[in-house]
Design a protein around this ligand. Sequence first.
Ligand code: XIL
Length: 324
Amino acid sequence: VPAAIPPLKAAPFPVGTAFKTDHIADPAWVALARTHISQLTPEWEMKMEYILADGLARPRFDGPDRLAAWAKAEGLPMHGHTLIWYAQGEEAFTGLDNAAFDRAFDGYIATVAGRYRGIARSWDVVNEPILDDGSGLRDCHWSRRYGQDGYILRAFEKAQAADPDAILFLNDYNLEGIPAKGTQYLKLVERLLKAGCPLQGLGTQSHLWIDMPDGVIAAFIRELAQFGLPIHVSELDVTLRTDNPLDLRSIAERMARQVDRVTELAEAFVALPAAQRFAFTVWGLRDTDSWYRQGEKDDGKDRPLPFDGAGNANPMAVVLSRAF
Ligand code: XIL
């Protein structure tokens, strides 16, 4: 018997999920989303890797347009994800001279953010700029042209020009679990604000893991809140997997740890001043929708999301509904 839970979207802040065009064609997903969700983040099709798959000269908007049209038809705000990411666009930008690179960089942001004006209430303007060990910022094809803070500043300025009404976010992961990375993120935010960057919101992806020490999640959310900006828990999931091949804990034991992590995060988020609770977004609704359950990452067992493959509430959904 599925655990019946109240709609998550009854929360006093937007509750989001990642979504793809496959999902909106799946009636079971649509029913679940209509019950629980009040905001949408494109999981893949609004990324540069998709839009510039055929090169700079032939941008593809079929996928992202379908997602945007669906969000609009459902009356749900969309959180745009993502304009500039170290991991994407290198190929499309290779071989350009400086002037052509600048035109392409500025033009991409103007075109994409401009196209979804009025549908995207917000954007992840820059995704994942911090090095994994927290020792600094990533070196990438954007930073090699504009500098490590420079590409971020430029991207935010162009995004603001393209859609002056959108709330502009920085977004990164492992900020709670790797203290040096969290600290580096806070330092970057401070520098950007000092430099006059139109940074208006702080995204923490929250791809969590079960064995994070108690308290680190709540502590980071409190630090993040000190800037007074809106905060987005932007990509929550909690994998049950660990790196230890000798870890023999059962799924039930792992899910108990998972629930503790999610409770800590949800309670820390709910405790924020209302104006700072931008949205709380899960990186998919059903375990089977998770990026951990696709392709070579899939072990067929991971349960990282609030609902099971049949749409029944997992313990994670139950604790979210209680906390909200
Ligand atoms: C992932 C998606 O879930 C996958 O479907 C896609 O193939 C690759 O990207 N951080 C991010 C997200 O900001 O965009 C990533 O999403 C997960 C990690």
